[in-house]
Design a protein around this ligand. Sequence first.
Ligand SMILES: Cc1ncc(COP(=O)(O)O)c(C=O)c1O
Length: 367
Amino acid sequence: MPDQQNIGLRSKRMSQFWSDIVHDLTPYVPGEQPKVQDLIKLNTNENPYGPSPKVLEALKAEVADSLRLYPDPSSDRLRNATANYYGLNASQVFVGNGSDEVLAHIFQGLLNHSRPLLFPDITYSFYPVYCGLYGIEHDTIPLDRHFEINIHNYDRPNGGIIFPNPNAPTGIPLELTRIEALLQKNRHSVVVIDEAYVDFGTESAVKLINAYPNLLVTQTLSKARSLAGLRVGFAMGHPDLIEALTRVKDSFNSYPIDRLAEAGAIAAIEDVDYFDGTCQKVIATRESLVKRLEGMAFVVLPSGGNFIFAKHATVDGKKLSEKLREKKVIVRHFKKPERITPFIRITIGTEPQMEQLVSALTLILSQ
Ligand SMILES: Cc1ncc(COP(=O)(O)O)c(C=O)c1O
């Protein structure tokens, strides 16, 4: 029997055993991780440069007999290293298995209230998925006609506010003065700034943490520190907010950070020179790519991340992404909402990868 039919039969038989909530879930669909080798992968905003050599050394050193022991459940060394880097106290830092897991705990532990959670209509598509998982009522706030977040539209009763800065998939950064103005107005619910891409030229809200006890900032080692495969993310904020996340974590999985992840993450955070150098290279490549694409009749939204969101004057996003794939370059195209279907999201790669992207686009557009 063909696989597809088998799967169909199995899910029909098994579904009687599912919890009600599972029937109603619409899971997040991550960008493709292709099984073939020779593609230029510009679709999931990974870093084109490998992690710091010091990270690889730290990982090798950790492959030892000590793996028979559980890791430290509170990841104290990693929380201290993160706190040192940002000038915070370890009690202001929470770490988890990628920022997706940290965000999941935030949705469950801090954003699930009787009033609706607010986030932009065009944003990280995992947010509505968490709302579905935890039954959180939410309202989406439209981006303005320039695809920007207008903080005045968030001035209404809410059970929390969350958005990425820079936003995803647009890449557009929001000035820190705007975020502070939002915090001044919104003192009675938690404001989460998801800074997954902040290191590529956007100003961080971490410096506001000591002034606003309802501000929580999340970050990840997946992007600027080239460690998407290690799965480490963190949240920073008032110790009371961190305590809520720790309660959720310890009711779910006491050991989200394994021994290898803790060792690698500490080395990554401590190797500041390598991190700065990688970010600068990505930013420089982004700026030169933007100029080249603008010369090819693309409109490129201003980006403070390691990706750009671009639309062509005549060829729509779906067609462009399909044609690029035929030429072995994969970028991300979003089928909804309709306002962004003309766009493609392109991760910034190495200079040679960007050359190949531009050559492929030149060929496609000349056909
Ligand atoms: C806006 C945003 N937040 C969070 C994440 C999650 O990152 P990770 O779970 O790898 O830390 C991503 C991943 O692409 C993202 O785009």
